[in-house]
Design a protein. Structure first.
Length: 110
């Protein structure tokens, strides 16, 4: 097995371990929204979490007391997405390297 494949497989194992340690997560973007009266004058604000899940757009109103918690959960979700994307990249690279090696073996036999 090539060194590149072994290195990629070790990193995948590290990613799996990191994923197992992630805590509560929540997708979406937290933003401050403001209310306006009929004349366009702002008179209040609130927090909104917007996200898409199973092809449906959703939003939740978030109380000020939960903003930090939601932001931490968003950060964990972003970490989850980055790790899973890296895992897929590594899996594709391993597949490419293994296919390349098999092609070379076939050429030697043929």
């Amino acid at each position: 097995m090539s060194n590149k494949i072994q290195k990629a497989q070790r990193r995948i194992e590290e990613i799996k371990a990191e994923l197992s340690r992630l805590g509560q997560m929540r997708p979406g973007k937290l933003s401050r929204q403001s209310r306006k009266d009929r004349n366009g004058k702002e008179y209040g604000s609130y927090w909104k979490l917007g996200y898409t899940y199973k092809m449906k757009v959703r939003s939740e109103y978030i109380p000020d007391e939960l903003v930090e918690t939601i932001q931490r959960q968003n950060d964990v979700f972003r970490k989850f997405r980055a790790l899973t994307e890296e895992w897929v990249d590594l899996a594709l690279e391993i597949g490419r390297l293994e296919t390349e090696r098999e092609k070379q073996n076939l050429k030697k036999k043929g």
